[in-house]
Design a protein around this ligand. Structure first.
Ligand code: K1U
Ligand code: ZN
Length: 167
């Protein structure tokens, strides 16, 4: 297993639209395991392949306290959305920044698992928020894009300065 490097906003690679996974290979299984390890180590409750510079439609989430409810979603697609929820979000690609985002409160997602089976999953509350956040990453969208232009500019400057100082 391996810890993977997470891209930080405003890295332009975070805006790449990911391609569907054609086949579940050993390489995909290994990547999913490495992504889960990276998410738990960060620590975080989700991670999309885009964030580790792999532009395929693969994400992992685990919102459980015990970190024992890992979901690996391949080619996920939201097929139903209901309600609205406002929740403070963070992002491993935007360290130290937290802000409120409005999303659907309930979603139904169709996705493949690592066994190659396609199934539908109903998600509510934080799980629904996290899956929507991760699917946004696969579509090249970072949560700060829901914030005002002014906030986006401030966040860009802050993280660019932090990255320069860390060099
Ligand atoms: O996509 C990511 O960068 C992961 C992100 C997921 C997320 C968090 C909150 C709302 C929506 C999506 C994170 O995991 S940020 C870190 C975080 O929220 C957290 C870390 C440790 C314990 C609990 C939460
Ligand atoms: Zn994120």
């Amino acid at each position: 297993m391996a810890l993977l490097k997470i891209l930080h906003y405003p890295d332009p690679r975070l805006h790449t639209v990911a391609e569907p996974v054609a086949e579940i290979t050993n390489e995909i299984r290994q990547l999913a395991a490495d992504m889960a390890e990276t998410m738990y180590a960060a620590p975080g409750i989700g991670l999309a392949a885009t964030q580790i510079d792999r532009h395929i439609r693969l994400l992992v989430v685990d919102i459980s306290e015990e970190k024992n409810q890992l979901l690996t979603l391949i080619n996920p697609r939201i097929v139903q959305k209901e309600g609205e929820i406002v929740h403070e979000e963070g992002c491993l690609s935007v360290p130290g920044i937290y802000d409120n985002v409005t999303r659907a409160e309930h979603i139904r997602v169709s996705a493949m698992n690592l066994a190659g089976e396609v199934a539908e999953l109903d998600a509510h509350g934080l799980l629904a928020i996290c899956i929507q956040h991760e699917i946004d990453h696969l579509d090249g969208k970072v949560f700060v894009e829901y914030l005002s232009r002014l906030k986006q500019t401030r966040i860009k400057h802050k993280l660019t300065k932090q990255a320069r100082e860390a060099m």
